[in-house]
Design a protein around this ligand. Structure first.
Ligand code: 5AD
Ligand code: SF4
Length: 380
């Protein structure tokens, strides 16, 4: 088979890993991969729905490909819009949600029967969408495909059950499912056998990890023991599931990076409540005080949303002051973007664009100065 596939990924590290998984499955099925869309007969977009801006970028990118190639939309937008994608982008041939990525090679084969090399017009019968899957089969993680020769992203749990009121993730990726620790360790062992020396454990809320026997801290201890592994880390943590036992493990485990990404989202207790985050500002500040006490030379980064519905100047000031006080090494600052399905969507998006932009800019400037001082480049 000579058909080449080009895959473009949008969004978070989970999507980056999902794209690798898809590449691995495609290679196994005999498809070639290319990093040039011009050389590809099949173009895949692995998409993100977390903010409107992310979706807008995908729509405009899809619109650019009207040259008879096979086009598949995968990931969070696929789940969010399902077959509606075909209405807005008639050039799309198939849509596959995050829980159905194992089906991608089979679907491409089916679509190819209709479309390549010269049957471009019999296409309408061939539109396919798969967004009903609940749990991925474990073997998809074992194709050995990692984009980086030295580093592997390893998924420990899929989905999220926190239902933060602004967040679309539980609706597009489903409730949290944990991989068995045995299977995670096996995947890491396979990666180490291939010469990989660094690993990042991935989940929307890694601290909630449990396979019934092994919890997150235990998993970290098991990974730390693995021969051939030089360094590992994890993302993302949720403050409500983070506790001192994690910090102690971080201090003790010599291969574990002293890096914690702990999204604060807002410094206002009223807004945190509306966001359904499950902690107060004081809880968060006490937590990171412990972190910095227990873990020496600890790096701390965060996510912030400005302009959440009803956010007043005083609420914003609470967030600003929290950032000033904490001095994160890096912070990723986002303007609130209403998402379908979510609880916050029912609230009036009443912080006007101008104020969202002003608040975004103020925090960005503050954080830039802090990051510069702390020598962390990576601030958006
Ligand atoms: N609007 C703005 N930012 C959001 N995030 C998640 N959902 C939204 C939204 N609707 C941000 C949060 C999260 C990060 C990955 O994206 O800060 O931690
Ligand atoms: Fe979304 Fe909250 Fe889950 Fe993060 S923890 S993915 S913000 S619902």
């Amino acid at each position: 088979m000579t058909k080449k596939v080009y895959i473009k990924v949008f969004g978070c590290q989970m999507n980056v890993r999902d794209s690798e998984v898809i590449c691995g499955l495609l290679e196994k099925a005999g498809y070639g991969l290319t990093d040039s869309p011009d050389k590809a007969g099949i173009i895949l977009f692995n998409t993100c729905s977390v903010r409107q801006h992310a979706e807008d970028r995908v729509w405009s990118e899809i619109g650019r490909h009207k040259d008879g190639k096979i086009i598949g939309v995968l990931g969070c937008m696929a789940q969010n819009y399902k077959e509606k994608i075909f209405e807005r982008a008639p050039n799309v041939d198939f849509v596959v949600g995050p829980s159905d990525i194992d089906k991608v090679p089979g679907i491409i084969t089916r679509v190819c029967r209709y479309k390549l090399p010269d049957k471009a017009h019999s296409l309408n019968e061939a539109k396919i969408w798969e967004t009903g899957g609940e749990k991925r089969t474990g073997d998809i993680y074992h194709t050995g495909f990692y984009a980086d020769k030295d580093h592997a992203f390893v998924v420990i749990s899929e989905g999220c059950s926190n239902y933060c009121s602004y967040c679309v993730v539980p609706y597009v990726r489903g409730e949290i499912r944990h991989r068995m620790s045995r299977d995670i360790l096996k995947e890491i062992e396979e990666a180490l056998d291939k010469g990989i020396t660094k690993v990042t454990l991935l989940g929307q809320n890694v601290n909630a990890y449990s396979d019934g026997e092994v919890n997150f801290v235990k998993l970290l201890q098991l990974v730390n023991r693995m021969k051939g592994l030089q360094e590992f880390s994890f993302i993302t943590s949720h403050p409500k599931n983070t506790a001192v036992d994690l910090f102690k493990a971080m201090a003790e485990l010599e291969k574990l990076k002293k890096y914690l990404h702990l999204p604060l989202q807002s410094g206002s207790d009223r807004i945190l409540k509306l966001m359904n985050r499950g902690y107060s500002r004081k809880f968060y500040l006490d937590l990171i005080e412990e972190y910095r006490k227990i873990v020496k030379k600890a790096v701390l980064t965060t996510d912030i949303i400005v302009g959440f519905p009803t956010e007043t100047e005083d609420d914003f000031r609470d967030t600003y002051d929290a950032l000033k006080g904490v001095e994160f090494d890096c912070a990723y600052i986002f303007k609130y973007s209403p998402r379908t399905h979510t609880e916050a969507e029912k609230l009036d998006d009443d912080v006007v664009k101008k104020d969202k932009e002003k608040r975004h800019k103020l925090i960005l400037e503050l954080q830039k100065e802090i990051s510069r001082r702390k020598k962390c480049e990576n601030t958006f």
